[in-house]
Design a protein. Structure first.
Lengths: 250, 390
């Protein structure tokens, strides 16, 4: 099966973030970047699907400046066969503009399955996967936690609040991946060496117009320190009074 | 830990990728279980297939023998990360790669290499390295284990080896013995002894208070008949096992830093959380000096090992340089582990924290692979031209 996985380079979610001096993005100095978490699950899902199917090709695609080649090589060290870098000076904040570039690359390439992370950690927008499906005119299943594909047909599980939903769909299709599919494997040391020899093609991205732009980014306000009203049952009436009059939550 | 000196900028993308992959393995698979394995006194064997899958065994040996073919800096970073978990885990990999696979690679016949190396890289065959004897530790040239060649070309091996890491786990032992009537250490040769060969037995070393998550055993050889092709044809005198030790010591110089990094990280985190006299203990000058000293020594050690690795990759490093790195880095790691343990107060004696486990482990690392003193004498000889051993 020929599978494409579109992956994004995002900062490690455990980093301490600062707003950049431009005030429209984060300050990237000193941050560690990696394959976005959900995209990592998508790579794993693709590799497993092809391993189970006994062959095929897994192609990873990333859009952005040259530094996205790092995450492409990481995905190849996990086992992807080749990579495509769609080169752009920066990543537009309009997901549709990105989706247009990706769909221009993906169309007519004969992919049976196109995977995305359900959203990227840094923007939480969740637009690119679904918009790409729309532009390609393909069925789209979002936030999938279990995926099975075989000849022309796919089934997937979606975890809803308190329920699971099983869906089936014809291939080719676009699927966005939630965690729950198997944990992304460690790139083996041989895989890291092998990735250096795998093809990585770099070409200009045909971005669409970016109509959405970020005006300002700010960190959440610091939480004020808590206050201890008193101890034991005697403090309860005062606590309730304050929750009603001051915090206004009751 | 934070890369305070931006040493990562001196590492290639592959080297960083290797380090990060092993780091994640250690965080996810070793850290959660290692405290208990240490208390139980057992090497966590269930990790062997995963370590093999990751590719850590003999990772700097060539791909044609099923190994990862990494450079020596990447190899060192693997050792650092494994020992961040535990010296026992790193010892397992050191012995498998540098002390069992390396001699087969360096002194073995093409047949021996093809037979053993791919299986050892895959973790299907575990090896050990038998040099030390009950009465010959720092002075292996005096060994009494002996292999006598028989008329049909086979060998009869007699003797005992002690303190052998992986000794009871291993399917094959690389054993160093003097041949026939040789008295001098020029007659020392290496042999591959397979488990199950009649007369070969091993026994677990009981009562260890250090390196508990590691198999340390005694090997006994009683009229063990070995086939003609059990000998490593390229091995030739004491310098052959010493070449293996140079490989392993190089890795240890990195590994010890991993243990030190784990202790430093733990101490730093604890110093910010532990409130005493109404403030975090990290706010007191004494603890700040402690942490500053730890960090300084780690950074210095990392620069020594990294430079040594680059020399090794360039093919110009010397065993004396390795002695300096092993001696310094293990020594500072033992100090750092002890200081970390002290900073942690009473919690510092618990297996739940890493500091005391590392502190105890590092006492073995201080002693094996050439004791701290022996490396001083090697350096002393290099400096003065005078041999303190004779
Ligand atoms: C956990 C563990 C695992 C080990 N694994 C292996 C293994 O896999 N394979 C293997 O072959 N060996 C192994 N060893 C053995 C190790 O290499 C030896 O313990 C080491 O070489 C020291 O020998 P010794 O213990 O006999 O000490 P000794 O040589 O008796 O030394 C005792 C003390 O005397 C000092 N000393 C010795 N000679 C001199 C001198 N000339 N001048 C000044 N001081 C001197 C030493 O520094 C030390 O302080 C292991 C040891 C341990 C503890």
């Amino acid at each position: 099966m020929k599978i494409a996985v579109c992956i994004k380079r995002t900062p490690d979610s455990e980093s301490r973030f600062k707003v950049a001096s431009s005030a429209t993005g984060i300050d990237e100095t000193g941050l560690k970047f990696d394959v976005d978490d959900f995209a990592g699950y998508a790579v794993e899902a693709a590799l497993q699907a092809n391993e189970k199917g006994g062959g095929g090709e897994t192609v990873v695609i990333a859009l952005g400046p040259d530094n996205v080649q790092e995450v492409l090589r990481k995905a190849m060290s996990m086992g992807a066969d080749r990579a495509i870098h769609l080169k752009a000076d920066s990543l537009p904040s309009d997901g549709l503009a990105v989706a247009k570039a990706l769909s221009a690359e993906l169309k007519d390439q004969g992919f049976d399955l196109i995977l995305f992370g359900k959203q990227a950690f840094d923007t939480s927008a969740g637009v690119v996967g679904t918009a790409t499906a729309e532009l390609l005119g393909l069925p789209c299943v979002t936030a999938v936690s279990k995926l099975d594909v075989s000849a022309g047909q796919g089934t997937a599980r979606r975890d809803l609040e308190g329920a699971g939903e099983m869906v089936s769909f014809p291939l080719p299709a676009v699927v966005t991946i939630d965690e729950g599919v198997a944990r992304p494997r460690y790139p083996s040391l041989k895989g890291i060496m092998a990735a250096k020899k795998k093809p990585l093609e770099s070409k200009p991205a045909q971005l669409g117009d970016a109509r959405v732009t970020v005006q300002k980014m700010e960190l959440p306000p610091e939480r004020a320190a808590g206050r201890i009203i008193g101890e034991g049952a005697a403090a309860v009436p005062e606590l309730i009074r304050l929750l009603q009059t001051e915090a206004k939550v009751l | 830990m934070d890369d305070f000196f931006n040493i990562d900028s001196q590492l290639s993308e592959d080297e960083l990728a290797v380090r990060d992959s092993v780091r994640r393995f250690v965080d996810e698979r070793v850290m959660p279980i290692i405290g208990q394995a240490y208390v139980d006194g057992k090497f966590p064997k269930e990790l062997i297939p995963e370590m093999a899958e990751l590719g850590v065994f003999g990772a700097n040996l060539p791909e044609e023998y099923g190994c990862a073919g990494l450079n020596n800096v990447a190899y060192g970073l693997i050792m650092q990360e494994l020992e961040r978990g535990d010296s026992g885990i790193r010892s397992f990999a050191s012995v498998q790669g540098a002390l069992a696979m390396y001699p087969i690679y360096a002194f073995g016949s093409e047949e021996q290499k093809r037979k053993w190396l791919p299986k050892m890289a895959a973790g299907e065959v575990i090896g050990c390295f038998g040099l030390t004897e009950p009465d010959y530790g720092s002075n292996p040239s005096g060994m009494i284990t002996r292999a006598r060649e028989q008329q049909d070309g086979s060998w009869i091996l007699n003797g005992a080896k002690m303190w052998i890491t992986n000794g009871s786990t291993a399917q094959i032992a690389v054993v160093w013995a003097k041949i026939n009537d040789e008295q001098s250490d020029k007659g020392i040769r290496g042999f591959i002894v397979e488990r199950g060969t009649p007369g070969f037995s091993s026994r677990d070393q009981k009562g260890k208070l250090s390196l508990r998550a590691s198999d340390t055993s005694e090997l006994v050889f009683q009229d063990v008949r070995l086939p003609k092709d059990a000998i490593l044809p390229g091995s030739n005198g004491l310098k052959s096992p010493l070449m293996c030790l140079t490989q392993a010591r190089y890795g240890i110089s990195w590994g010890a830093l991993g243990a030190a990094m784990a202790c430093f990280e733990e101490a730093l985190a604890y110093s910010k959380e532990r409130i005493m006299f109404d403030r975090p203990i990290g706010g007191f000058q004494i603890q700040q000096v402690r942490l500053a000293d730890m960090l300084t020594e780690i950074v210095k050690g990392q620069l020594v090992s990294l430079h040594l690795g680059r020399l090794k990759d360039a093919g110009t490093f010397t065993p004396q340089q390795v002695s300096l790195a092993k001696r310094n880095n293990v020594n500072i790691a033992t100090d750092i582990a002890r200081e970390a343990r002290r900073l942690l107060g009473a919690n510092g004696i618990l297996a739940e924290y890493g500091a005391m486990r590392h502190m105890a482990n590092l006492e073995s690392v201080y002693t094996y692979e050439g004791t701290h003193d022996v490396h001083a004498l090697i350096l002393g000889q290099a400096l003065t031209g005078l041999n303190a051993f004779k």
